[in-house]
Design a binder for this molecule. Structure first.
Ligand code: AGP
Length: 611
Protein backbone atom coordinates (compact mmCIF):
# COMPACT_ATOMS: atom_id res chain seq x y z
CA UNK A 1 0.00 0.00 0.00
CA UNK A 2 1.61 3.34 0.96
CA UNK A 3 5.37 3.77 1.30
CA UNK A 4 6.97 5.42 4.33
CA UNK A 5 10.59 6.57 4.70
CA UNK A 6 12.34 8.53 7.45
CA UNK A 7 15.84 9.55 8.52
CA UNK A 8 17.65 10.94 11.56
CA UNK A 9 21.39 11.44 11.52
CA UNK A 10 24.18 13.73 10.42
CA UNK A 11 23.41 13.84 6.70
CA UNK A 12 21.00 16.17 4.89
CA UNK A 13 17.71 14.30 5.03
CA UNK A 14 16.04 15.67 1.84
CA UNK A 15 17.95 13.64 -0.81
CA UNK A 16 17.69 10.47 1.30
CA UNK A 17 13.92 10.91 1.64
CA UNK A 18 13.34 11.70 -2.05
CA UNK A 19 15.41 8.73 -3.24
CA UNK A 20 13.71 6.53 -0.66
CA UNK A 21 10.27 7.54 -1.89
CA UNK A 22 11.31 6.85 -5.49
CA UNK A 23 12.30 3.33 -4.42
CA UNK A 24 8.98 2.84 -2.61
CA UNK A 25 6.78 4.35 -5.30
CA UNK A 26 5.69 0.88 -6.49
CA UNK A 27 3.78 0.64 -3.22
CA UNK A 28 1.44 3.54 -4.11
CA UNK A 29 1.67 6.59 -6.32
CA UNK A 30 -1.45 8.77 -5.74
CA UNK A 31 0.37 11.56 -3.86
CA UNK A 32 3.67 12.22 -2.10
CA UNK A 33 4.95 14.39 0.72
CA UNK A 34 7.80 15.06 3.13
CA UNK A 35 8.38 16.84 6.43
CA UNK A 36 11.82 18.25 7.24
CA UNK A 37 12.72 19.27 10.78
CA UNK A 38 15.25 22.06 11.23
CA UNK A 39 14.20 24.15 14.18
CA UNK A 40 10.71 24.21 12.71
CA UNK A 41 9.00 21.66 10.50
CA UNK A 42 8.63 22.29 6.74
CA UNK A 43 6.00 20.17 5.00
CA UNK A 44 5.84 19.79 1.23
CA UNK A 45 3.15 17.54 -0.23
CA UNK A 46 1.09 17.22 -3.40
CA UNK A 47 -1.07 14.97 -5.53
CA UNK A 48 0.91 12.89 -8.04
CA UNK A 49 4.32 11.25 -8.18
CA UNK A 50 7.55 11.81 -6.28
CA UNK A 51 8.84 13.82 -9.23
CA UNK A 52 5.94 16.27 -8.71
CA UNK A 53 6.98 16.57 -5.07
CA UNK A 54 10.56 17.29 -6.15
CA UNK A 55 9.32 20.05 -8.47
CA UNK A 56 7.30 21.50 -5.61
CA UNK A 57 10.05 21.42 -2.97
CA UNK A 58 13.39 21.82 -4.72
CA UNK A 59 13.48 25.66 -4.50
CA UNK A 60 12.14 25.71 -0.94
CA UNK A 61 13.95 25.41 2.40
CA UNK A 62 14.96 21.73 2.29
CA UNK A 63 17.55 21.86 5.04
CA UNK A 64 17.54 19.57 8.06
CA UNK A 65 19.08 16.26 9.11
CA UNK A 66 15.84 14.68 10.26
CA UNK A 67 12.66 14.09 8.31
CA UNK A 68 10.03 11.72 6.99
CA UNK A 69 8.31 11.03 3.67
CA UNK A 70 5.27 9.25 2.27
CA UNK A 71 3.99 8.00 -1.06
CA UNK A 72 0.28 7.24 -1.00
CA UNK A 73 -2.19 4.61 -2.17
CA UNK A 74 -5.48 6.30 -1.37
CA UNK A 75 -7.88 4.54 1.02
CA UNK A 76 -9.69 7.37 2.82
CA UNK A 77 -10.18 10.48 0.69
CA UNK A 78 -9.35 10.91 -2.96
CA UNK A 79 -5.82 11.58 -4.19
CA UNK A 80 -5.31 15.37 -3.74
CA UNK A 81 -2.93 17.83 -2.02
CA UNK A 82 -4.97 18.05 1.21
CA UNK A 83 -5.26 14.29 1.71
CA UNK A 84 -1.55 13.80 0.97
CA UNK A 85 0.72 12.93 3.93
CA UNK A 86 2.32 14.12 6.24
CA UNK A 87 -0.70 15.24 8.28
CA UNK A 88 -0.35 17.87 11.01
CA UNK A 89 -2.47 17.94 14.15
CA UNK A 90 -4.80 20.91 14.60
CA UNK A 91 -2.62 22.76 17.14
CA UNK A 92 0.50 21.99 15.14
CA UNK A 93 2.22 19.74 17.71
CA UNK A 94 2.40 16.50 15.77
CA UNK A 95 3.20 15.42 12.21
CA UNK A 96 2.29 11.89 11.03
CA UNK A 97 2.94 9.67 8.00
CA UNK A 98 0.90 6.46 7.95
CA UNK A 99 0.62 3.23 5.95
CA UNK A 100 -2.53 1.25 6.78
CA UNK A 101 -6.15 1.85 7.74
CA UNK A 102 -7.62 3.13 11.03
CA UNK A 103 -10.94 1.24 10.94
CA UNK A 104 -12.59 3.12 13.84
CA UNK A 105 -11.49 6.54 12.55
CA UNK A 106 -15.01 7.93 12.09
CA UNK A 107 -15.87 7.15 15.71
CA UNK A 108 -12.64 8.81 16.92
CA UNK A 109 -13.25 11.74 14.58
CA UNK A 110 -16.71 12.35 16.07
CA UNK A 111 -15.25 12.22 19.57
CA UNK A 112 -12.49 14.70 18.70
CA UNK A 113 -14.96 17.00 16.95
CA UNK A 114 -16.97 17.07 20.18
CA UNK A 115 -13.77 18.27 21.82
CA UNK A 116 -13.44 21.13 19.33
CA UNK A 117 -11.11 19.54 16.81
CA UNK A 118 -11.50 20.57 13.16
CA UNK A 119 -10.23 18.53 10.26
CA UNK A 120 -8.67 19.70 6.95
CA UNK A 121 -8.68 16.34 5.18
CA UNK A 122 -10.86 13.24 4.81
CA UNK A 123 -8.11 10.93 5.99
CA UNK A 124 -8.02 8.51 8.91
CA UNK A 125 -4.42 9.59 9.48
CA UNK A 126 -5.32 13.19 10.41
CA UNK A 127 -7.69 11.71 13.00
CA UNK A 128 -4.76 9.84 14.55
CA UNK A 129 -2.59 12.99 14.58
CA UNK A 130 -5.33 14.87 16.45
CA UNK A 131 -5.98 11.99 18.84
CA UNK A 132 -2.28 11.89 19.81
CA UNK A 133 -2.21 15.68 20.25
CA UNK A 134 -5.39 15.67 22.32
CA UNK A 135 -3.98 13.08 24.73
CA UNK A 136 -0.60 14.91 24.79
CA UNK A 137 -2.15 18.27 25.68
CA UNK A 138 -4.90 17.07 28.00
CA UNK A 139 -2.92 14.49 29.96
CA UNK A 140 0.40 16.45 29.83
CA UNK A 141 2.43 13.35 28.96
CA UNK A 142 5.49 12.82 26.77
CA UNK A 143 5.03 12.50 23.02
CA UNK A 144 5.99 8.81 23.15
CA UNK A 145 3.42 8.05 25.86
CA UNK A 146 0.75 10.05 24.00
CA UNK A 147 1.44 7.91 20.94
CA UNK A 148 1.17 4.65 22.89
CA UNK A 149 -2.03 5.73 24.62
CA UNK A 150 -3.57 6.80 21.32
CA UNK A 151 -2.63 3.52 19.64
CA UNK A 152 -4.37 1.53 22.36
CA UNK A 153 -7.56 3.20 21.13
CA UNK A 154 -6.96 2.46 17.46
CA UNK A 155 -8.55 -0.48 15.57
CA UNK A 156 -6.85 -1.33 12.29
CA UNK A 157 -3.43 -1.50 10.71
CA UNK A 158 -0.61 0.97 10.81
CA UNK A 159 3.00 1.63 9.98
CA UNK A 160 3.68 5.08 11.41
CA UNK A 161 6.37 7.72 11.80
CA UNK A 162 5.51 10.64 14.07
CA UNK A 163 7.34 13.82 15.11
CA UNK A 164 6.52 16.27 17.90
CA UNK A 165 7.38 19.97 17.70
CA UNK A 166 8.17 20.07 21.43
CA UNK A 167 10.61 17.16 21.21
CA UNK A 168 12.92 17.98 18.27
CA UNK A 169 15.57 15.52 17.03
CA UNK A 170 13.29 12.53 17.62
CA UNK A 171 11.27 10.16 15.45
CA UNK A 172 8.60 7.89 16.94
CA UNK A 173 7.76 4.81 14.85
CA UNK A 174 5.07 2.19 15.43
CA UNK A 175 3.78 -0.87 13.62
CA UNK A 176 0.75 -3.14 13.59
CA UNK A 177 -0.07 -5.14 10.48
CA UNK A 178 1.75 -2.85 8.06
CA UNK A 179 5.50 -3.50 7.65
CA UNK A 180 8.19 -1.14 9.02
CA UNK A 181 11.95 -1.69 8.89
CA UNK A 182 14.64 0.28 10.76
CA UNK A 183 18.08 0.61 9.13
CA UNK A 184 20.88 0.83 11.71
CA UNK A 185 23.71 3.09 10.55
CA UNK A 186 26.73 4.66 12.20
CA UNK A 187 25.24 7.47 14.34
CA UNK A 188 22.18 7.54 12.09
CA UNK A 189 18.95 5.61 11.53
CA UNK A 190 16.77 4.99 8.51
CA UNK A 191 13.11 3.90 8.55
CA UNK A 192 11.10 2.48 5.66
CA UNK A 193 8.15 0.25 4.69
CA UNK A 194 10.62 -2.21 3.17
CA UNK A 195 14.37 -2.47 2.81
CA UNK A 196 14.71 -0.99 -0.69
CA UNK A 197 15.38 2.64 0.50
CA UNK A 198 17.80 1.39 3.19
CA UNK A 199 20.16 -1.05 1.37
CA UNK A 200 22.20 1.81 -0.08
CA UNK A 201 23.24 2.92 3.42
CA UNK A 202 23.36 -0.18 5.63
CA UNK A 203 22.71 -3.95 5.63
CA UNK A 204 21.84 -3.95 9.34
CA UNK A 205 18.06 -3.84 9.87
CA UNK A 206 15.43 -4.31 12.55
CA UNK A 207 11.98 -5.58 11.47
CA UNK A 208 9.46 -4.01 13.86
CA UNK A 209 6.91 -6.49 15.19
CA UNK A 210 3.23 -5.83 15.75
CA UNK A 211 2.43 -3.33 18.51
CA UNK A 212 6.06 -2.26 18.86
CA UNK A 213 7.03 1.41 19.24
CA UNK A 214 10.53 2.74 18.56
CA UNK A 215 11.80 6.08 19.83
CA UNK A 216 14.73 7.05 17.66
CA UNK A 217 17.31 9.79 17.95
CA UNK A 218 20.58 10.18 16.03
CA UNK A 219 22.52 8.28 18.68
CA UNK A 220 19.87 6.06 20.26
CA UNK A 221 17.02 3.66 19.58
CA UNK A 222 14.58 2.58 22.29
CA UNK A 223 12.17 -0.25 21.52
CA UNK A 224 9.10 -1.11 23.58
CA UNK A 225 5.55 -2.41 23.18
CA UNK A 226 2.31 -0.49 23.70
CA UNK A 227 2.35 -1.72 27.30
CA UNK A 228 5.68 0.06 27.91
CA UNK A 229 7.66 -3.20 28.21
CA UNK A 230 11.18 -2.71 26.83
CA UNK A 231 12.20 -4.85 23.88
CA UNK A 232 15.67 -5.85 22.70
CA UNK A 233 16.10 -4.92 19.02
CA UNK A 234 16.75 -8.01 16.84
CA UNK A 235 19.26 -6.71 14.28
CA UNK A 236 19.40 -8.77 11.07
CA UNK A 237 21.84 -8.61 8.12
CA UNK A 238 20.11 -8.32 4.74
CA UNK A 239 21.56 -9.58 1.44
CA UNK A 240 19.71 -7.17 -0.86
CA UNK A 241 21.92 -4.92 -3.02
CA UNK A 242 21.41 -1.81 -5.15
CA UNK A 243 21.81 -3.78 -8.40
CA UNK A 244 18.68 -5.72 -7.49
CA UNK A 245 16.64 -2.51 -7.52
CA UNK A 246 18.03 -0.98 -10.69
CA UNK A 247 16.31 -1.22 -14.11
CA UNK A 248 19.64 -1.72 -15.85
CA UNK A 249 19.23 -1.34 -19.66
CA UNK A 250 15.54 -2.15 -19.57
CA UNK A 251 12.88 0.51 -20.14
CA UNK A 252 10.67 -0.98 -17.41
CA UNK A 253 11.13 -3.13 -14.31
CA UNK A 254 8.41 -5.48 -15.65
CA UNK A 255 10.40 -6.17 -18.84
CA UNK A 256 13.60 -6.62 -16.82
CA UNK A 257 11.81 -9.05 -14.50
CA UNK A 258 10.33 -11.01 -17.43
CA UNK A 259 13.82 -11.40 -18.90
CA UNK A 260 15.32 -12.33 -15.54
CA UNK A 261 13.23 -15.53 -15.30
CA UNK A 262 15.82 -18.00 -16.70
CA UNK A 263 18.13 -16.80 -13.91
CA UNK A 264 15.52 -16.39 -11.16
CA UNK A 265 14.14 -19.89 -11.72
CA UNK A 266 17.69 -21.22 -11.48
CA UNK A 267 18.13 -19.22 -8.27
CA UNK A 268 14.91 -20.80 -6.99
CA UNK A 269 16.26 -24.31 -7.38
CA UNK A 270 19.90 -23.47 -6.65
CA UNK A 271 21.19 -25.70 -3.87
CA UNK A 272 17.80 -27.44 -3.71
CA UNK A 273 18.07 -29.82 -6.66
CA UNK A 274 20.96 -32.24 -7.16
CA UNK A 275 20.82 -33.72 -10.63
CA UNK A 276 23.52 -36.27 -9.83
CA UNK A 277 21.51 -37.77 -7.00
CA UNK A 278 18.10 -36.93 -8.61
CA UNK A 279 17.14 -35.34 -5.36
CA UNK A 280 15.21 -32.32 -4.21
CA UNK A 281 16.13 -30.86 -0.83
CA UNK A 282 14.06 -28.11 0.76
CA UNK A 283 15.76 -27.21 4.04
CA UNK A 284 13.04 -24.73 5.02
CA UNK A 285 10.38 -27.46 5.38
CA UNK A 286 12.59 -30.24 6.74
CA UNK A 287 11.20 -29.82 10.26
CA UNK A 288 7.62 -30.23 9.10
CA UNK A 289 8.23 -32.98 6.52
CA UNK A 290 6.48 -35.60 8.75
CA UNK A 291 3.33 -33.42 8.79
CA UNK A 292 3.64 -32.93 5.04
CA UNK A 293 3.97 -36.65 4.33
CA UNK A 294 0.98 -37.63 6.45
CA UNK A 295 -1.11 -34.56 5.58
CA UNK A 296 -4.83 -35.39 5.18
CA UNK A 297 -5.24 -32.50 2.74
CA UNK A 298 -3.45 -29.32 1.69
CA UNK A 299 -5.18 -25.93 1.72
CA UNK A 300 -3.48 -23.17 -0.23
CA UNK A 301 -4.36 -19.57 0.68
CA UNK A 302 -3.29 -16.57 -1.38
CA UNK A 303 -4.40 -13.53 -3.41
CA UNK A 304 -4.09 -12.41 -7.02
CA UNK A 305 -1.23 -13.91 -8.99
CA UNK A 306 -0.13 -15.94 -5.98
CA UNK A 307 -3.60 -17.51 -5.95
CA UNK A 308 -3.08 -18.52 -9.59
CA UNK A 309 0.23 -20.14 -8.60
CA UNK A 310 -1.71 -21.95 -5.88
CA UNK A 311 -4.09 -23.35 -8.49
CA UNK A 312 -1.12 -24.74 -10.44
CA UNK A 313 0.07 -26.21 -7.11
CA UNK A 314 -3.30 -27.95 -6.70
CA UNK A 315 -2.87 -29.83 -9.97
CA UNK A 316 0.77 -30.70 -9.15
CA UNK A 317 0.17 -31.97 -5.58
CA UNK A 318 -2.87 -34.01 -6.60
CA UNK A 319 -1.16 -35.41 -9.73
CA UNK A 320 2.29 -36.20 -8.32
CA UNK A 321 1.85 -36.49 -4.53
CA UNK A 322 -1.74 -37.79 -4.51
CA UNK A 323 -2.87 -35.42 -1.74
CA UNK A 324 -6.25 -33.63 -2.00
CA UNK A 325 -5.81 -29.87 -2.31
CA UNK A 326 -8.14 -26.88 -1.93
CA UNK A 327 -7.14 -23.41 -3.11
CA UNK A 328 -8.70 -20.52 -1.26
CA UNK A 329 -8.90 -16.78 -1.79
CA UNK A 330 -7.33 -15.63 1.48
CA UNK A 331 -9.89 -12.82 1.82
CA UNK A 332 -12.80 -15.27 1.75
CA UNK A 333 -11.06 -18.00 3.75
CA UNK A 334 -10.39 -15.69 6.72
CA UNK A 335 -14.07 -14.78 7.17
CA UNK A 336 -15.58 -18.15 6.30
CA UNK A 337 -14.70 -19.88 9.59
CA UNK A 338 -13.10 -22.81 7.70
CA UNK A 339 -13.05 -26.33 9.17
CA UNK A 340 -9.44 -27.29 9.85
CA UNK A 341 -8.24 -30.57 11.31
CA UNK A 342 -4.91 -31.42 12.99
CA UNK A 343 -3.59 -33.25 9.92
CA UNK A 344 -4.48 -30.47 7.54
CA UNK A 345 -1.60 -28.53 6.11
CA UNK A 346 -2.00 -24.94 4.97
CA UNK A 347 0.34 -23.26 2.50
CA UNK A 348 0.25 -19.44 2.29
CA UNK A 349 1.74 -18.05 -0.91
CA UNK A 350 2.76 -14.39 -1.13
CA UNK A 351 5.40 -12.53 -3.14
CA UNK A 352 5.58 -9.57 -0.76
CA UNK A 353 4.89 -11.54 2.40
CA UNK A 354 2.82 -8.59 3.60
CA UNK A 355 -0.59 -9.04 1.95
CA UNK A 356 -3.11 -8.28 4.70
CA UNK A 357 -5.72 -10.87 3.71
CA UNK A 358 -3.15 -13.66 3.46
CA UNK A 359 -1.65 -12.62 6.79
CA UNK A 360 -5.11 -12.67 8.36
CA UNK A 361 -5.78 -16.13 6.89
CA UNK A 362 -2.55 -17.34 8.53
CA UNK A 363 -3.65 -15.93 11.88
CA UNK A 364 -6.98 -17.73 11.42
CA UNK A 365 -5.14 -21.03 10.94
CA UNK A 366 -3.04 -20.22 14.02
CA UNK A 367 -6.22 -20.64 16.05
CA UNK A 368 -6.23 -24.34 15.06
CA UNK A 369 -3.72 -27.25 15.24
CA UNK A 370 -3.12 -27.25 11.49
CA UNK A 371 0.48 -26.71 10.29
CA UNK A 372 1.08 -23.62 8.18
CA UNK A 373 3.86 -23.15 5.63
CA UNK A 374 4.81 -20.02 3.74
CA UNK A 375 6.10 -19.54 0.20
CA UNK A 376 7.45 -15.97 0.12
CA UNK A 377 9.81 -13.86 -1.90
CA UNK A 378 10.72 -11.21 0.68
CA UNK A 379 13.09 -12.33 3.44
CA UNK A 380 12.05 -11.15 6.88
CA UNK A 381 8.51 -10.34 5.73
CA UNK A 382 5.61 -10.79 8.15
CA UNK A 383 4.30 -13.95 6.47
CA UNK A 384 7.74 -15.57 6.52
CA UNK A 385 7.95 -14.75 10.24
CA UNK A 386 4.40 -15.91 11.12
CA UNK A 387 4.45 -19.36 9.47
CA UNK A 388 5.79 -22.62 11.00
CA UNK A 389 8.21 -23.17 8.15
CA UNK A 390 8.54 -22.26 4.53
CA UNK A 391 10.41 -21.83 1.30
CA UNK A 392 11.75 -18.55 -0.05
CA UNK A 393 11.36 -18.20 -3.83
CA UNK A 394 14.67 -16.28 -4.23
CA UNK A 395 13.33 -14.43 -7.28
CA UNK A 396 15.05 -11.23 -6.09
CA UNK A 397 13.14 -8.04 -5.40
CA UNK A 398 10.13 -7.62 -7.72
CA UNK A 399 9.35 -3.97 -8.39
CA UNK A 400 6.99 -4.12 -11.36
CA UNK A 401 3.47 -4.08 -9.83
CA UNK A 402 2.40 -6.82 -12.25
CA UNK A 403 4.00 -9.94 -10.86
CA UNK A 404 6.01 -12.04 -13.35
CA UNK A 405 9.24 -13.65 -12.07
CA UNK A 406 7.71 -14.21 -8.62
CA UNK A 407 4.91 -16.22 -10.26
CA UNK A 408 7.28 -18.58 -12.07
CA UNK A 409 9.43 -18.92 -8.96
CA UNK A 410 6.35 -19.74 -6.87
CA UNK A 411 5.41 -22.45 -9.39
CA UNK A 412 8.99 -23.75 -9.34
CA UNK A 413 8.81 -24.10 -5.53
CA UNK A 414 5.40 -25.78 -5.73
CA UNK A 415 6.72 -28.18 -8.38
CA UNK A 416 9.73 -29.09 -6.21
CA UNK A 417 7.44 -29.58 -3.17
CA UNK A 418 4.98 -31.77 -5.13
CA UNK A 419 7.73 -33.94 -6.60
CA UNK A 420 9.54 -34.26 -3.26
CA UNK A 421 6.32 -35.20 -1.49
CA UNK A 422 5.37 -37.59 -4.31
CA UNK A 423 8.69 -39.35 -3.88
CA UNK A 424 8.45 -39.41 -0.06
CA UNK A 425 4.88 -40.81 -0.24
CA UNK A 426 5.89 -43.34 -2.93
CA UNK A 427 3.26 -41.81 -5.19
CA UNK A 428 6.07 -41.22 -7.71
CA UNK A 429 8.44 -43.94 -8.89
CA UNK A 430 12.17 -43.20 -8.71
CA UNK A 431 12.39 -43.03 -12.51
CA UNK A 432 9.41 -40.64 -12.81
CA UNK A 433 10.90 -38.50 -10.02
CA UNK A 434 14.26 -38.40 -11.82
CA UNK A 435 12.63 -37.63 -15.17
CA UNK A 436 10.52 -34.78 -13.81
CA UNK A 437 13.51 -33.24 -12.01
CA UNK A 438 15.35 -33.32 -15.36
CA UNK A 439 12.39 -31.59 -17.04
CA UNK A 440 12.42 -28.87 -14.37
CA UNK A 441 16.15 -28.31 -14.75
CA UNK A 442 15.70 -27.71 -18.48
CA UNK A 443 13.09 -24.96 -18.02
CA UNK A 444 15.45 -21.91 -17.81
CA UNK A 445 17.04 -22.77 -21.19
CA UNK A 446 13.62 -23.23 -22.79
CA UNK A 447 12.46 -19.86 -21.43
CA UNK A 448 15.53 -18.24 -23.01
CA UNK A 449 14.36 -19.64 -26.38
CA UNK A 450 10.92 -18.07 -25.88
CA UNK A 451 12.41 -14.70 -24.85
CA UNK A 452 14.38 -14.64 -28.12
CA UNK A 453 11.01 -14.55 -29.95
CA UNK A 454 9.84 -11.40 -28.10
CA UNK A 455 9.77 -9.38 -31.32
CA UNK A 456 7.26 -11.80 -32.90
CA UNK A 457 4.99 -11.51 -29.85
CA UNK A 458 5.28 -7.70 -30.04
CA UNK A 459 4.04 -7.88 -33.65
CA UNK A 460 0.96 -9.79 -32.46
CA UNK A 461 0.49 -7.18 -29.72
CA UNK A 462 0.37 -4.46 -32.36
CA UNK A 463 -2.60 -6.23 -33.99
CA UNK A 464 -4.64 -6.41 -30.79
CA UNK A 465 -3.58 -3.25 -28.91
CA UNK A 466 -6.90 -1.49 -29.50
CA UNK A 467 -9.29 -4.26 -28.48
CA UNK A 468 -11.51 -3.68 -25.45
CA UNK A 469 -11.98 -7.29 -24.42
CA UNK A 470 -10.08 -10.56 -24.53
CA UNK A 471 -10.62 -14.18 -23.48
CA UNK A 472 -8.03 -16.69 -22.35
CA UNK A 473 -8.63 -20.46 -22.27
CA UNK A 474 -6.63 -23.48 -21.20
CA UNK A 475 -7.11 -26.96 -19.79
CA UNK A 476 -5.57 -28.74 -16.79
CA UNK A 477 -2.35 -27.11 -15.61
CA UNK A 478 -2.78 -24.40 -18.24
CA UNK A 479 -6.18 -23.24 -16.95
CA UNK A 480 -4.58 -21.27 -14.07
CA UNK A 481 -2.10 -19.88 -16.63
CA UNK A 482 -5.06 -18.63 -18.69
CA UNK A 483 -6.33 -16.85 -15.55
CA UNK A 484 -2.87 -15.36 -14.99
CA UNK A 485 -2.56 -14.20 -18.61
CA UNK A 486 -5.92 -12.44 -18.34
CA UNK A 487 -4.91 -10.79 -15.05
CA UNK A 488 -1.67 -9.47 -16.57
CA UNK A 489 -3.53 -7.90 -19.49
CA UNK A 490 -6.16 -6.39 -17.17
CA UNK A 491 -3.63 -5.03 -14.72
CA UNK A 492 -1.37 -3.12 -17.07
CA UNK A 493 -3.40 -2.39 -20.24
CA UNK A 494 -6.82 -1.91 -18.60
CA UNK A 495 -8.39 -4.17 -21.31
CA UNK A 496 -11.19 -6.30 -19.81
CA UNK A 497 -10.01 -9.91 -20.00
CA UNK A 498 -11.24 -13.19 -18.55
CA UNK A 499 -9.63 -16.61 -18.27
CA UNK A 500 -11.64 -19.84 -18.42
CA UNK A 501 -11.22 -23.60 -18.47
CA UNK A 502 -11.57 -24.16 -22.24
CA UNK A 503 -14.49 -26.56 -21.81
CA UNK A 504 -16.34 -23.93 -19.78
CA UNK A 505 -16.61 -21.63 -22.81
CA UNK A 506 -19.65 -23.50 -24.14
CA UNK A 507 -21.48 -22.82 -20.87
CA UNK A 508 -21.73 -19.07 -21.47
CA UNK A 509 -18.57 -17.13 -22.36
CA UNK A 510 -18.74 -18.30 -25.99
CA UNK A 511 -21.65 -15.85 -26.34
CA UNK A 512 -19.07 -13.05 -26.15
CA UNK A 513 -17.26 -14.23 -29.23
CA UNK A 514 -17.41 -12.40 -32.55
CA UNK A 515 -14.87 -11.00 -35.01
CA UNK A 516 -13.75 -8.41 -32.42
CA UNK A 517 -12.92 -10.88 -29.67
CA UNK A 518 -9.34 -12.15 -29.42
CA UNK A 519 -9.07 -15.54 -27.71
CA UNK A 520 -5.75 -16.72 -26.27
CA UNK A 521 -5.77 -20.52 -26.50
CA UNK A 522 -3.11 -22.39 -24.49
CA UNK A 523 -2.71 -25.64 -26.38
CA UNK A 524 0.60 -27.23 -25.44
CA UNK A 525 1.37 -30.79 -26.50
CA UNK A 526 -0.39 -32.73 -23.72
CA UNK A 527 -3.29 -35.08 -23.11
CA UNK A 528 -5.87 -32.33 -23.65
CA UNK A 529 -4.48 -31.30 -27.05
CA UNK A 530 -7.30 -32.80 -29.12
CA UNK A 531 -9.89 -31.20 -26.86
CA UNK A 532 -8.17 -27.81 -27.27
CA UNK A 533 -8.30 -28.26 -31.06
CA UNK A 534 -12.11 -28.65 -30.82
CA UNK A 535 -12.38 -25.61 -28.52
CA UNK A 536 -10.42 -23.53 -31.02
CA UNK A 537 -12.70 -24.73 -33.85
CA UNK A 538 -15.74 -23.61 -31.76
CA UNK A 539 -14.21 -20.12 -31.44
CA UNK A 540 -13.33 -19.93 -35.11
CA UNK A 541 -16.88 -20.99 -35.99
CA UNK A 542 -18.01 -17.76 -34.29
CA UNK A 543 -15.38 -15.69 -36.19
CA UNK A 544 -13.32 -15.18 -33.01
CA UNK A 545 -9.62 -14.26 -33.47
CA UNK A 546 -7.41 -17.01 -32.07
CA UNK A 547 -3.89 -16.47 -30.77
CA UNK A 548 -2.67 -19.95 -29.90
CA UNK A 549 0.28 -20.82 -27.66
CA UNK A 550 1.45 -24.16 -29.10
CA UNK A 551 4.38 -26.55 -28.90
CA UNK A 552 7.16 -25.88 -31.43
CA UNK A 553 6.43 -27.67 -34.73
CA UNK A 554 2.67 -27.85 -34.14
CA UNK A 555 1.02 -28.57 -37.52
CA UNK A 556 -2.74 -28.67 -36.80
CA UNK A 557 -3.49 -25.52 -34.83
CA UNK A 558 -1.10 -23.52 -37.02
CA UNK A 559 -3.68 -23.91 -39.82
CA UNK A 560 -6.63 -22.81 -37.65
CA UNK A 561 -5.32 -19.93 -35.53
CA UNK A 562 -4.90 -16.31 -36.62
CA UNK A 563 -1.61 -16.12 -34.79
CA UNK A 564 0.55 -18.77 -33.12
CA UNK A 565 3.25 -18.42 -30.48
CA UNK A 566 5.50 -21.48 -30.18
CA UNK A 567 7.04 -22.74 -26.96
CA UNK A 568 9.64 -25.55 -26.76
CA UNK A 569 8.29 -29.06 -26.19
CA UNK A 570 8.23 -30.04 -22.51
CA UNK A 571 6.59 -32.37 -20.01
CA UNK A 572 3.07 -31.31 -18.99
CA UNK A 573 4.28 -30.85 -15.38
CA UNK A 574 6.44 -27.86 -16.32
CA UNK A 575 4.25 -26.46 -19.13
CA UNK A 576 2.86 -23.62 -16.92
CA UNK A 577 6.40 -22.25 -16.54
CA UNK A 578 6.80 -21.96 -20.30
CA UNK A 579 3.26 -21.09 -21.43
CA UNK A 580 2.99 -18.04 -19.16
CA UNK A 581 6.04 -16.28 -20.64
CA UNK A 582 4.43 -15.31 -23.99
CA UNK A 583 1.37 -14.05 -22.09
CA UNK A 584 3.55 -11.80 -19.90
CA UNK A 585 5.33 -10.43 -22.98
CA UNK A 586 2.10 -9.93 -24.93
CA UNK A 587 0.44 -7.95 -22.13
CA UNK A 588 3.62 -5.89 -21.68
CA UNK A 589 3.75 -4.82 -25.33
CA UNK A 590 0.02 -4.17 -25.60
CA UNK A 591 0.19 -1.92 -22.51
CA UNK A 592 3.28 -0.17 -23.87
CA UNK A 593 1.58 0.49 -27.21
CA UNK A 594 -1.46 1.88 -25.37
CA UNK A 595 0.82 4.31 -23.52
CA UNK A 596 0.03 2.81 -20.10
CA UNK A 597 2.39 3.12 -17.15
CA UNK A 598 3.53 -0.51 -17.21
CA UNK A 599 5.41 -0.51 -13.88
CA UNK A 600 2.86 1.55 -11.95
CA UNK A 601 -0.57 0.75 -13.37
CA UNK A 602 -3.43 2.96 -12.19
CA UNK A 603 -5.25 2.12 -8.96
CA UNK A 604 -2.80 -0.70 -8.07
CA UNK A 605 -0.01 -1.17 -5.56
CA UNK A 606 2.66 -3.83 -5.28
CA UNK A 607 1.79 -4.98 -1.80
CA UNK A 608 -1.80 -4.82 -0.51
CA UNK A 609 -1.29 -4.31 3.22
CA UNK A 610 -4.84 -3.29 4.02
CA UNK A 611 -8.08 -5.26 3.73
C1 AGP B 1 -0.17 -9.41 -9.44
O1 AGP B 1 0.41 -8.98 -10.60
C2 AGP B 1 -0.68 -8.38 -8.55
N1 AGP B 1 0.33 -7.49 -8.20
C3 AGP B 1 -1.46 -8.88 -7.37
O2 AGP B 1 -2.53 -9.64 -7.83
C4 AGP B 1 -0.66 -9.73 -6.38
O3 AGP B 1 -0.38 -10.98 -6.91
C5 AGP B 1 -1.50 -9.90 -5.11
O4 AGP B 1 -1.72 -8.64 -4.55
C6 AGP B 1 -0.81 -10.82 -4.10
O5 AGP B 1 0.37 -10.25 -3.67
P1 AGP B 1 1.41 -11.12 -2.84
O6 AGP B 1 1.87 -12.25 -3.69
O7 AGP B 1 2.51 -10.15 -2.51
O8 AGP B 1 0.70 -11.59 -1.61
Amino acid sequence: MCGIVAYVGGRTAYPILIKGLQRLEYRGYDSAGIALLNGETHVYKCKGKVKDLEMLSKDQDISGTIGMGHTRWATHGEPNDVNAHPHQSMNGKFFVVHNGIIENYSHLRKELKSRGYQFKSETDTEVLANLIENIYLEQKVTAELAVRLALTRVVGAYGLVITCEDEPGQLIAARKGSPLVVGVGDNEYFLASDATPIVEYTDQVIYLNDEEVAVIRQDSLELKNLGNDSKTPDIKKISLSIDHIDKGDYEHFMLKEIHEQPVTIQDTFRGRISMDESKIFLGGILDVMPQLIKARRIIIVACGTSWHAGLVGEYLFEQYARIPVEVEYASEFRYRDPILEKDDLVIAISQSGETADTLAAIRKVRETDATILGICNVAGSSISRETDAGVYTHAGIEIGVASTKAFTSQITVLTMMALLLGSKRQALSASEYKHLIKELIQVPKKIEEILKEEHKIAEIAAVYKDVSNALYMGRGLLFPVALEGALKLKEISYIHAEGYPAAEMKHGPIALIDENMPVLALAANDESYEKMVSNIQEVKARKGKVIAVVTKGDKIIRKMADHIIEIPDCHEAVSPLLAVIPLQILSYHIALMRGCNVDQPRNLAKSVTVE
